[in-house]
Design a protein around this ligand. Structure first.
Ligand code: ZN
Length: 226
């Protein structure tokens, strides 16, 4: 098994090599930056950091980085729909730094799953990409064989109760033996109502997880949430 130091060295080496072919860029504004950086200071200053207490029923602690607006919104769209690796690295680094600064200990990172249909169309699950980078930066293993999404979710146009019903029918859990008594961090790019995270946390707890936290890059501002 690779040690953390080796993993981090490989990760840094890969970033350095990649920067020769694709010079490293800020995931927010695409300005060229040193290979060892993850964003430029101007963008970091501009970022509206999230300071709301996020309460989601079955989530023991929800951690978010910033509000889903302006440059953060642009970065989420880039990492979700444009397969922009710079935006993934930027978001993952901010998420990992916050996790490390809060001294959170957990056994596994589990990305919020997307349906096969969505994954095939998009080519990837953005939450898994985020989780994989956070795994190296924060030394927590990713578990990608526990939660699954059944079908394409079109939550946007549904009422709150329809959303809850749709969410319940859209996910399932497997391999629960591996999560018994474990502390898990669910990883996602954006949180709006938190209904998906809530339901996934419920599934994990029913499956035996002792604690479920959520680590989300961007949170929809209060006045826009419903
Ligand atoms: Zn920038």
């Amino acid at each position: 098994m690779k040690t953390l130091m080796m993993k981090q060295r490989l990760y840094k080496g890969k970033r350095l090599l990649l920067s020769f072919i694709y010079p490293n860029r800020c995931g927010f504004c695409e300005k060229l930056i040193s290979y060892s950086d993850y964003y430029c200071q101007n963008c970091y200053q501009e970022l509206e950091l999230c300071n709301d207490k996020v309460s989601i029923n079955n989530i023991d602690r929800a951690i978010c980085i910033c509000y889903y607006k302006d440059i953060a919104k642009k970065a989420v769209i880039e990492l979700k729909d444009q397969n922009n690796g710079y935006a993934v690295s930027t978001a993952a680094k901010l998420m990992s730094d916050k996790l490390n600064s809060l001294n959170v200990n957990a056994d596994f990172l589990i990305p919020v799953p997307i349906s096969k249909e969505k994954r095939v169309k998009r080519g990837y699950n953005q939450s898994l990409l985020l989780a994989k980078e956070i795994a190296v930066l924060s030394d927590i293993e990713v578990k990608n064989n526990v939660l699954f999404a059944k079908e394409h979710l079109q939550q946007k146009y549904l009422t709150k109760s329809q959303r809850q019903e749709n969410t319940k029918n859209s996910f399932y859990i497997r391999n629960t033996l591996s999560i018994k008594g474990k502390t898990i961090i669910l990883v996602d790019d954006v949180v709006t109502t938190g209904s998906t995270l809530d339901y996934l946390a419920l599934l994990l707890k029913k499956g035996g997880a002792s604690q479920v936290l959520a680590l989300v890059f961007a949170k929809t501002p209060m006045d826009n949430s419903h």
